[in-house]
Ligand binder design. Structure first.
Ligand code: V47
Ligand code: SF4
Length: 387
């Protein structure tokens, strides 16, 4: 039997000698704490919050890359996933006013928009002759569009293209719809599922610490509500994603606590498909004076997420936000999913100053980018079945 398995990018080592290799590497590290954490990772043990913090505080980029590379290969082998998708952003009018948001505009603003059902179906019809498999629908929290408006939209999209997977509405949009309709979370989600909703995207999580939430998105639904909506969705058979907005005023402890709450929920339900770290982008919002964290910090953060979230199968590098090159490099720091082809259908990040102003990649482009990084492209559906 050939025991050679890929461990890091293009070079290959024998797994039986992994401990020897790591022992060799670890002799160059003078810090006992980080050595012990590295040992636990190699043994495949769960990290405590304290150990996660040690990684953030003391783990240098090369070590984190090697450790996250080992873990990502245990979970996902050499595969890097992507899908064929497009977005619909129904409106950027929003009743809230998150300080980091560059997207929402008040009604009457020349940059505000609001699509009706027919205009959104027109976007769906544009993809009729293509083999997209998923539509991602997220927008602002519109003051008057209620749950029936969105349920009807889902019904019409499904009627037009039954096989299209509908991943729609952040927990924040859902909370507003349910409250307005006087429904419980369970009733609201069951209704949308009945109309054809298939899964829930990860937005609105931001950072779960209540004090920070007061400072950056005071009006938004609480962390408890966000978690409760996702937990209920999982129980109803709707999988979801989780995000974390990082690189603003949070500390490493806030990031670890955020991920710990997700890991606890995932232990209970198993319903999260992917974790998506979202780097704070500074253009056109009121927190721009903070600047942005470096690409080194992005890569360290991906790696710690991969190492800490041992029960969430996929770590997504959302390429329209961080750019193709960072997304490509991130594959060597624990990520295994690059999201999808997008086809220039999202404005959320271009308005916040994203690297890619007109995000669109063909499956050929994504596959080439993945191969160049030493990984194996895997086109997936929305449940991560390989197509
Ligand atoms: O919740 C808003 C973030 C999120 C900024 O589930 C910003 O597959 C950075 O959740 N800088 C919405 N981030 C987008 C989202 C998402 C994206 C891609 C894939 C999936 C998925 C979900 O965008 C918001 C907020 O955290 N955001 N403004 C900004 N200036
Ligand atoms: Fe509204 Fe979402 Fe922007 Fe907050 S992040 S202001 S909820 S669109």
């Amino acid at each position: 039997m050939n025991s050679e398995v890929p461990v890091q990018g293009a070079f290959f080592i024998n797994f039986t000698s992994l401990r020897d290799l790591m022992n060799g590497l670890l002799t160059y590290i003078n810090d006992n704490e980080i050595k012990q954490v590295a040992d636990k990772i190699i043994a495949g043990s769960r990290l405590s919050a304290e150990e996660g913090l040690i990684l953030y505080n003391k783990g240098d980029l090369p070590l984190l890359g090697i450790l996250a590379g080992i873990t990502r290969r245990r979970i996902n082998g050499n595969k890097a996933y992507f899908n064929r998708n497009f977005h619909i952003e129904p409106t950027n009018k929003c009743v809230y006013n998150c300080r980091f948001c560059s997207y929402h505009k008040p009604a009457g603003d020349p940059e505000s928009w609001e699509y009706n059902h027919e205009q959104m179906l027109e976007i769906v019809r544009r993809f009729d002759s293509t083999d997209v498999t998923e539509v991602h629908i997220v927008g602002g929290v519109h003051p008057t569009h209620d749950i029936y408006y969105y349920a009807e939209l889902i019904r019409k999209i499904k009627e037009h293209r039954p096989s299209l997977h509908i991943k729609a509405f952040s927990a924040i949009e859902l909370d507003y719809m349910f409250t307005k309709a006087g429904m419980t979370i369970e009733e609201g989600l069951a209704l949308l599922k009945d109309y054809g909703l298939n899964s829930i995207p990860g937005g609105g999580a931001e950072i779960f610490d209540a004090e920070l939430r007061k400072k950056i998105c005071a009006e938004k639904s609480s962390s408890e509500l966000w978690l409760s909506i996702h937990e209920t969705a999982h129980k109803l058979g709707l999988p979801s994603n989780a995000t974390m907005l990082y690189g603003h005023i949070e500390t490493y402890s806030h990031r670890i606590r955020h991920m710990e709450l997700l890991r606890d929920l995932q232990d209970r339900t198993g319903g999260f498909n992917a974790f998506i770290p979202l780097k704070y982008k500074k253009a056109n919002n009121s927190m721009g004076y903070l600047g942005e964290v470096s690409v080194i910090e992005d890569l360290r953060n991906y790696a710690v997420a991969r190492l800490f979230l041992d029960n969430i199968p996929h770590i997504k590098a959302y390429w329209p936000m961080i750019g193709r090159e960072t997304a490509q490099i991130s594959l060597s720091f624990g990520t295994d999913d690059l999201d999808g082809t997008i086809d220039d259908t999202t404005r959320i990040y271009s308005m916040a100053g994203a690297e890619d102003a007109n995000p669109s990649m063909s499956t050929k482009d994504i596959s080439a980018l993945i191969r160049e990084a030493g990984f194996e492209p895997a086109e997936r559906d929305s449940y991560y079945n390989i197509k």
